[in-house]
Design a protein around this ligand. Sequence first.
Ligand SMILES: NC(=O)c1ccc[n+]([C@@H]2O[C@H](COP(=O)([O-])OP(=O)(O)OC[C@H]3O[C@@H](n4cnc5c(N)ncnc54)[C@H](O)[C@@H]3O)[C@@H](O)[C@H]2O)c1
Length: 285
Amino acid sequence: MSHYRSAPILPGVAFITGGARGLGLAIAQSFAKEGARGVVLFDIQPSDTMAAARASVEQFLIPSGKCLTIHGDVTQESALEGAMETVVREFGRLDYAANFAGVVGPLGVTWETGVEEWRRVIEVNTVGVWLSMRAELRVMLKQEGIAGVETGRVEQKGAIVNCASVNSIQGGAGTTGYTASKHAVLGMTKSAALEARGEGVRVNCVSPGFLLTKLLEPAMKVAEGETTAKLTGDAWEMYERRQGRKASFEEVGDVVALLCSPRMSLVVGANLSIDNGFTINENPT
Ligand SMILES: NC(=O)c1ccc[n+]([C@@H]2O[C@H](COP(=O)([O-])OP(=O)(O)OC[C@H]3O[C@@H](n4cnc5c(N)ncnc54)[C@H](O)[C@@H]3O)[C@@H](O)[C@H]2O)c1
């Protein structure tokens, strides 16, 4: 008898906020590659971006698999509740969730930052993750785990991965809003993980390093009335040197998907760095 594990390790249904592009889309593709029968992309992007994202996931899906897009805002309770109704109506259950919708928010020193833009980054990155997690937990807690994926382990009814950041561990001048929002993601991940661990749902978060996604485009442009961009090419190169190399979106996608596997059964409330050693590197190179 062979002892190799060969069946798909993620045969269930995945829901990804911020799934229309960047890291969220890479995560959706990784779920498809690992055999998910359903992949749902929740985002505020326009319909053409959503359609392109869906097509890029479909190329990796198993023949009977299905990818759905749902247009919605993570700061709206009703949008997430509606999304969960759609997921359950379409697939009957929700097994894996990655909460990756996020914004950078205001970049600048505290004394020059307006309260409304500061509140907005907390609203999307923190309240949005909490609302997503709450909606997902309400579905996951009601179901049984998928039988036969990892025999002999505790039952996994569901797994949730929240998106933190290097800024959940470190700070950066000019990023009070973003840093506060990501520290909060880490805090709520720990507490929710303890609430849900006895109920068969694992909650964790990840902290990606530096990836040049569209998230950073506003920071790399020279804003009106300014002479340099907030985030210059030099600063970016310095981050990458400290990180050791450029990172690819797929490298983040795979970690998030695999973290949802029941093979990770003892990993609860963790903040997993996906940064090639950036955070543990005391040197700039
Ligand atoms: N790129 C990096 O270097 C990096 C590093 C660490 C953490 N992150 C985090 O990764 C996550 C994904 O960012 P990304 O880099 O892929 O950027 P991205 O801008 O390409 O993706 C973010 C997605 O979130 C969506 N979104 C934003 N606000 C939303 C809302 N209110 N409701 C629904 N969707 C919304 C956007 O439309 C977009 O598709 C973010 O939480 C970000 O903070 C990124």
